[in-house]
Unconditional design. Sequence first.
Lengths: 294, 383
Amino acid sequence: MNMLFPQIVAGLSNGSILLLAALGLSLTFGQMGVINNAHGEFMMAGAYTAYVMSSLIGGNAASLALALVVGFVVAGLLGLLLDVLLLERMRTRPLDTLLVTFGVSLVLQQVARDIFGSTGVYAQAPEALTKPVTIFGYSFPAARLFIFILAIVCVAALYAVLKLTPLGRQIRATSENRDLAEVSGISTKAVDHVTFFIGSGIAGVAGVALSLLNSISYNFGTSFIVQAFLVVVAGGVGQLKGAVIASFVLGLCQSAVELPTSSSIAQMSVFLIVVIFLQFRPQGLVAIRSRNLA
Amino acid sequence: MSNGIVQGIGSDKSAGAVFEKYRVWVGIVVTVALIFLMPAVLSGYSLGLLSKYLCYAMVAVGIGLAWGQGGMLTLGQGLFFGLGAYVMAIHLKLEELGPGQVPDFMAQYGITDLPGFWDLFRNPVVAVIGVAVVPGAVAAVLGILVFGRGVRGAYFAILSQALVAAFSVLLVGQSKTTGGANGLSDFSGFFGYDLTDPANKQMIYYICAFLVLAMVLIVRWIRRSFMGELIIGVRDQENRMKFLGYNPASIKVFAFSLAAMFAGIGGAMFVPVVGIISPSDIGVTPSILMLAGVVIGGRTTLLGPVVGTLLIRFAETQLSDAYPSAWTYIEGLIFILVIAFAPYGLGQAKDLWPWLKERFGGGAGSTVGDVAVVASEAKAVEA
């Protein structure tokens, strides 16, 4: 019991990091089949936003809150630009978007290197988040607790938008049946743009949040992106709950393996778990029923 | 338009037929002549660089088969490249050591007994077979697991990427037996030949060049065989193939494993050519960059991957030292512009003229379509 509790907490914390990184990805992949390799660089854009805000205003709660909003908008606009300029013309060949967005990620990394240099920088965190907090007698970094809460808030907000607003209805309609949505009077093109803006914006928020834990450099996003992809694959597409469950399960598995072995073995076993899992559910955890042949 | 590229023009028995019949022999003779010409015109240093490009070209030939023909976008060829390279590197390290000795880096960790997977590749025959069989077997197992359950498209691409990421992390993490982030380097010999001798470097260049030629011919043979039709069938209409009674998984596993073997052999030759193999040569980004030449050259063409890879690696050496920042932009823009606007790369060049005529000549709008129809009819008649 003594060993188990901190491990579960660490696993949930890892899971919430994965979830933040994968949430926007899962949204855009679910709707458009676009695997956005530049998603990690949108996170990087968010992280640098946090850095710029904290150096302009100083590391306090106001700068963090501002960074979350500005980071959302900056990354969202980058995503919107990407979708309008490139991805829109590639709707019929989603697999190719993987390589186009890889090119975008190379360019964005180099832009960051040219602007901010190639050495890592730190965004100064608000003082309250630099101290540990005590939960049930165990001390725990406040920043990780903040990220956990933020991940839950993001999921709840996205869920609310999807379920309760007219926009959300249009997004769900488009991802479930694009043609039917189109003939029902929904401009799927416009909905795609908005979805991409939101999905990329969430990457920006994730970047701001994760800058509390990591140093920020041009390859900030690359350390999260592969695992985030695995979450999307394991979670299945089209519904948020797949990504949520997959993030926490993989996070828990990772911390369970990591403790007795090492982080490299943990990463390998997460991969193996996903491959074995796909043997039973090739479409991922949650799959919308369709008449497509599996 | 893509039809014309993919299927090629069916052979007719007219004037061009004679040339068509001997074209491959002309191509082979010219290529062999070029291969023998290179050592005469290039310095030893440039020849070494060319050998390195050829190693990447081997990977590209395999990617052309798996991705261009088979539709499997593999972002993880670095894994197979790395497996082949590490098998070769382990063997070359053991060649230098007497029985019972361990490499320097292991000695620093206080390891006195060689790990089992090292000892396995002490035998040169096992090592030579291993550089192709180990990657091929790993690809086959992965393919059976993944394709067997109908996982494809982006899902497969992501899994291949995750696998190569995990592999490079594992190599770094298990530094006591793999050399970690430094990798394995400082090889003095290659199966008994001194690697510092220019004559032996030239021999290694010839091995690389003829391996690429052999791989291209193997792929050409497959493309023209029934298997080649099956591979394209699985790419374009997987379900229809299933209804016709074929098992798409086994066809895919075949193409993917062969591509992995080519990558493994490329990696194995990379070791004596470059003199070092480390996790940074095979990570996520290097693996995707192995696709760059295939993208430029044209994924569905036979020679495009080789030509594209040689071009882009040459450009890389020329530009990346002088303008490192600009080169990254160019690399990124290559992926963006070519994939978005000319997805068949240089292989599309021959469509340029009909396209221009259609666009600006007026009236001749049906040229491209006609060619494709004629081609498919010719194919149907042949069958």
